[in-house]
Design a protein around this ligand. Structure first.
Ligand SMILES: Nc1ncnc2c1ncn2[C@@H]1O[C@H](COP(=O)(O)OP(=O)(O)OP(=O)(O)O)[C@@H](O)[C@H]1O
Length: 662
């Protein structure tokens, strides 16, 4: 009997979104921060308030991260976090605004460590440069070394890679054995058609998608379709498309669907919220239907025809629900696997039948490693948020996946990559996974922000951020607002502060249990908590109706991340608003690319920001009004070359960032 088969004692979650589950936070006796679902808005007393009890950030050591990004004072407590270093967690009683410990959170590597590190979250904070994706954290090396690894902390989406380890992957791996078993079983997906096909209304700018310039490069691209009728979808798929409220394809669908249907590999770039998911799902499902995909049935070995990979649990679940919606009433069965859920449950779901396997990389590799999924029938491999999947954090997993026994080589499968951003280096790397004649589809400016989002940048100091946020939220009322912060602890802290201000708020980040993460998203979606404080775990792909505002309480240190974050609003032709707090002490390195993104999306650029951008990197070649990225396909080289001078300084800025990752 397999270990997972013994595990029938799953804890089936039946989250009730109406039950008043907000959370409060506190440190346990060991000063580990925990979030709990409780039944009221949190008001913390001094005993339970982690933030007053030695929970400050960065401490005197500050200075993790480079230059100014590591220098700023934390706007958190002056209760300097020294606990992990010298065992002292004394409360010095300082308040949030009293300044204090060096922030130390903004260094790029460190940020990633923090996002991912549930094991020792702070280690990276003291580490000067940190390492990307938590590679130095407990057990990770072990876990990454191959199928025989004993699990371990995955970093990023906190996936644990393990074979035959029943301790499960809750992202807190320490080598496997000590981790508590994850019992969480997500609630079953909806069965009623009204929920399956619930969709959001397209916005007033939906038709403007047609005006966006599209560039397809590569040899012999097929012609675009203009209507879904031209897509050659079978009756069930067409019906499901109509039930989903889709009347006409978006540009990425007009071009992407025929490219995929023609059997071509594709690297597609289109702005956030413009329908990339359906662009790959529809032609894949259609092809599976055409070819008479075997009706899924129970088997000890499942051999899916399509594998879809995405970087976060919530995103892959969303993609799965989309696949399930479009496949409704057909014999094609999509299944989703992701970390933080009970492994036994996951495996049982897979074994019931699986044509389209959606997964986060860690859990996917785990299931494959357990011999439950054979890859020899894979015809489609989709990397959503492809630039993220191929950056240093996930690339090894992707390589491991394509190198797994049975996976057809790239010549014998179709590889499809989608994102709103594609840094040049990632484009080059991506070519390793694609056939030589892949097509590159660029809808609009590669890496450009969605122009339906009104962007504003407010100059702040670290001390004024909180008041500014409160001021802002007082004006947004019950509008859904996502507030992005840089660290998990800060997410909890800000959420607590907002709760104290009687703003129904919840939070999502990598230290919350999966049940809590899903509950938080549910509460946000339903409007029960119209404010969601999030780390970058929620930056990509999430498609939540009525998100009118995004606030960058902390700006990310990477412009692509900014583009994805603000893309949580202004989706599908709807209008949205993004407000970003710019603290010159720490955000100056981002100024220049911010100016470019703002100008590229025809947004007003504050003169003070232009000045900062101008002086931060010297004057050579800096033309903030010039083309932003202007790039399409790296194989062409042309548009990049035109920009060489302008990009020069930008790249040197990026190079600084990259150093942090090494
Ligand atoms: N042709 C269409 N007509 C109407 N609505 C659509 C159409 N295509 C997609 N949508 C809807 O638009 C929303 C955004 O789509 P999707 O999540 O696929 O965007 P995306 O491009 O993948 O965004 P991101 O870059 O943030 O991941 C979804 O709610 C989706 O159902």
């Amino acid at each position: 009997m397999d270990d997972w088969e013994e595990d029938q004692s799953t804890d089936v979650s039946t989250p009730s979104f109406g039950s008043g589950n907000l959370w409060k936070s506190g440190f346990d006796q060991n000063n580990n921060f925990e979030s709990h679902n409780v039944t009221c808005v949190s008001v913390l007393d001094d005993q339970s308030s982690s933030w007053k009890r030695g929970g400050g950030f960065g401490g005197q050591r500050g200075g993790r991260g480079r230059g100014s990004r590591g220098r700023g004072f934390s706007s958190f407590s002056s209760g300097v976090f020294e606990g992990n270093e010298n065992g002292s967690n004394e409360d010095d009683g300082s308040s949030w605004n009293s300044g204090g410990g060096g922030d130390g959170f903004r260094g790029r590597g460190g940020r990633e460590n923090d996002e991912n590190g549930s094991g020792d979250g702070f280690r990276g904070d003291f580490g000067g440069r940190g390492s990307r994706g938590g590679f130095q954290q407990g057990g990770d090396h072990v876990g990454r070394e191959g199928f025989g690894g004993g699990g371990g902390y995955r970093g990023r989406d906190e996936e644990v890679f393990s074979k035959g380890v029943t301790t499960d992957d809750d992202g807190r791996g320490d080598g496997g054995n000590a981790a508590p078993k994850v019992l969480y079983v997500p609630p079953p997906p909806p069965e009623e058609e009204s929920s399956i096909f619930a969709h959001f209304q397209t916005g007033i700018n939906f038709d403007k998608y047609d005006d966006i310039l599209v560039d397809v490069s590569g040899s012999n691209p097929p012609s675009a379709i203009m209507t879904f009728a031209e897509a050659g979808l079978c009756e069930s798929l067409s019906r499901n498309v109509t039930k989903s409220g889709y009347t006409k394809p978006t540009p990425v669908q007009k071009h992407g669907i025929p490219i995929i249907s023609a059997g071509r590999d594709l690297m597609a770039c289109a702005q956030t919220g413009s329908g990339k998911t359906a662009a790959f799902l529809l032609p894949i499902l259609q092809q599976l239907m055409n070819d008479g995909a075997a009706a899924s049935k129970f088997s000890e070995l499942q051999e899916p025809e399509a594998i879809i990979v995405a970087p976060t649990r919530e995103l892959i679940n969303q993609i799965y629900l989309e696949a399930r919606k479009f496949a409704h009433g057909t014999c094609v069965r999509p299944v989703v696997v992701y970390g933080g859920t009970n492994t036994g449950y996951t495996i049982r779901e897979v074994l019931k039948g699986c044509n389209v396997l959606c997964g986060t990389p860690g859990r996917l590799l785990d299931i494959i490693g357990r011999g439950k999924v054979g890859l020899s029938k894979v015809r489609y491999l989709v990397l959503d948020e492809a630039d993220r999947m191929l950056d240093m954090g996930f690339e090894p997993d992707v390589r491991r996946l394509v190198g797994s026994p049975g996976m057809p080589p790239k010549e014998q499968r179709q590889t499809l990559m989608f994102s709103a951003t594609y840094p040049e280096d990632i484009q080059r790397l991506a070519a390793d996974f694609l056939k030589v004649d892949y097509l590159f589809l660029a809808v609009g400016v590669v890496g450009g922000a969605c122009s339906d989002v009104e962007q504003s940048i407010i100059q702040v100091t670290q001390y004024s951020k909180r008041d500014k946020l409160l001021e802002l939220l007082k004006t947004t009322g019950t509008d859904r607002t996502m507030v992005f912060v840089e660290t998990k602890r800060k997410a909890d802290f800000i959420a607590t502060v907002l709760c104290q201000e009687k703003l129904p708020t919840t939070s999502i980040h990598g230290d919350r249990e999966q049940r809590e993460r899903e509950q938080a998203l549910g509460d946000f979606r339903s409007g029960k908590c119209p404010v969601l404080v999030a780390t970058s775990v929620a930056a990509r792909g999430l498609d939540i109706e009525h998100v009118q505002n995004v606030v960058n309480f902390d700006l990310p240190n990477n412009i692509d991340e900014y583009v994805h974050r603000i893309g949580r609003t202004g989706r599908c032709g709807n209008l949205g608003r993004a407000v970003s707090f710019f603290d010159p002490e720490v955000d100056t390195p981002l100024a220049r690319s911010l100016v470019k993104v703002l100008s590229g999306a025809q947004q007003e650029v504050p003169s003070w920001l232009e000045e900062i951008a101008f002086s931060a990197h010297g004057t050579t070649g800096f033309n903030p009004r010039g083309p932003v990225f202007g790039s399409t396909d790296t194989r062409k080289g042309g548009s990049f070359k035109r920009e060489e001078i302008q990009q020069g300084a930008l790249q040197s800025c990026a190079a600084d960032d990259d150093e942090e990752w090494e």
